[in-house]
Design a protein around this ligand. Structure first.
Ligand SMILES: [Zn+2]
Length: 427
């Protein structure tokens, strides 16, 4: 027997058991050239032949196992979380609100087919996005607006998936979750691939409970997670990390019973119904920062554009403790009545609604974040301890046109955050 004989021949002659069925014996190379190391003579020849064949097949089997595990690898998506997901309140219900960042490391265009949020262990799919649903939650670094091309990610491009997953989709525990992304390569091999990543565990912490920042009726909650340039999708990368300060921001615009937001025309800021309304401390807190050097335009001009460092206009930051800060923006010039370092009490007036900074009309921009820096901070979830929802505009267009709002049951809500375009009465 030559020590270069085929593995298949060795198995047939001397090893009736051999490797399990289905294991090919080809592609062994020279891995079983062991005969020359064994003694000679007829008896020894038999032992040599048997041992050689057994060893050969064991080695071949190992070769084959290694070979069977070898899968073709392709450059794919880098998939990771930005800020850690938190329990929040969004669209009128408790939800996990977070982002998954994707970067296409392939040299080819990759088309997103599906994103699933899978519970590790049970492998139950807790949320699923595909086609139009997937296109709705994506924003790309090239700001492509073509809905048909939205899911075709060119080589090197970064895209962000903005997820708002209702907590009702999960059990009562704190399961570990993993994202499963299915995509298709558009060049060469036209086939579907799957990558998994961006693992996290549902956090235990509930949203911060605070008092409302305003009082009285007619306050409309303006926000949406679908707007390309709304707070939820506006990232600032001013100090080395891209962050979303306004993840849970709401713009509060005051309206009359018929839906008007101004009396006598809306060109002058002072004509707006909410203009000059008192802004209140949402908790016992310490004034962390004030900025009151911005002038207010004489007229409302929706095309007005300011530098991002001036976007907040005149603003106040309250330190709520435990690394949480409340931001009040676009305040009326000279209305800030508190100084840095001063302790304020819950519901104490601290300023007035105005029209400074980047704004399309007088309103209060309010959010909570993890740092005193307006742009270099991550938005944190919060809820209001008590308010009534007295109605709701049917859409952003209806609100913009002042088309009136549908009255509701004036139901009291506690420890929640109103849905978009709800008309709220604060205590
Ligand atoms: Zn705002």
């Amino acid at each position: 027997m030559r020590n270069t004989e085929s593995c298949e021949a060795s198995r047939e002659d001397n090893n009736p058991t051999g490797p399990p069925p289905g294991h090919s014996q080809r592609n062994c190379g020279n891995g079983h050239r062991l005969g020359g190391l064994l003694p000679s003579g007829p008896h020894h020849q038999y032992i040599k032949r048997t041992v050689s064949a057994l060893l050969a097949c064991v080695i071949c089997w190992c070769c084959e196992s290694i070979h069977a595990q070898r899968q073709p690898l392709y450059q794919s998506f880098d998939m990771r979380l930005g800020a850690l997901p938190r329990r929040g309140y969004f669209n009128g219900e408790p939800a996990l609100v977070y982002e998954v960042h994707l970067t296409n490391f392939s040299a080819a265009e990759l088309t997103l087919d599906q994103l699933e949020l899978v519970e590790e262990g049970s492998r139950r799919v807790r949320a699923q996005y595909s086609d139009a649903n997937l296109a709705e939650i994506i924003s790309r670094s090239d700001h492509a607006s073509d809905p048909q091309a939205q899911l075709r990610i060119p080589a090197g491009l970064h895209a962000t998936l903005y997820l708002t997953v209702p907590l009702t989709q999960f059990g009562s525990g704190v399961p570990k979750l993993v994202h499963r992304l299915t995509y298709t390569s558009e060049t060469g091999r036209k086939e579907r691939s799957v990558v998994e990543g961006a693992i996290f565990r549902i956090p235990i912490e509930s949203p911060l409970v605070i008092a409302p920042p305003l009082r009285g009726e007619g306050w409309t909650a303006i926000y949406s997670d679908a707007w390309e340039r709304g707070h939820r999708r506006v990232m600032f990368a001013t100090r080395g990390i891209a962050r979303i300060p306004g993840r849970y921001a709401i713009d509060w615009v005051r309206v009359a019973a018929d839906g008007r937001h101004a009396n006598g025309g809306d060109r002058e800021p002072a004509h707006w119904i909410g203009y000059g309304s008192e802004v209140l401390a949402v908790a016992d807190a310490v004034v962390a920062f004030t900025s009151d050097d911005m002038a207010e335009p004489a007229t409302v001009d929706s095309a007005r554009k300011v530098d991002i460092e001036d976007a907040s206009g005149d603003y106040v930051v309250l330190d709520l403790g435990k690394g949480k800060y409340a931001f009040y923006e676009h305040l009326k010039p000279s209305s800030i009545s508190v100084a840095v370092g001063v302790h304020v009490h819950r519901s104490q007036p601290i300023a007035a609604v105005g029209y400074t900074g980047q704004s399309t009309g007088p309103h209060l921009h309010f959010h909570v974040a993890d740092s005193i820096a307006p742009l270099d901070s991550e938005g944190l979830p919060y809820v209001f301890d008590k308010y009534r929802i007295v109605g709701r505009f049917s859409s952003a267009e209806a609100f913009g046109a002042g088309n009136g709002w549908k009255s509701g049951s004036a139901e009291v809500h506690q420890n929640e955050l109103p849905p978009p375009f709800a008309v709220v009465e604060f205590p």
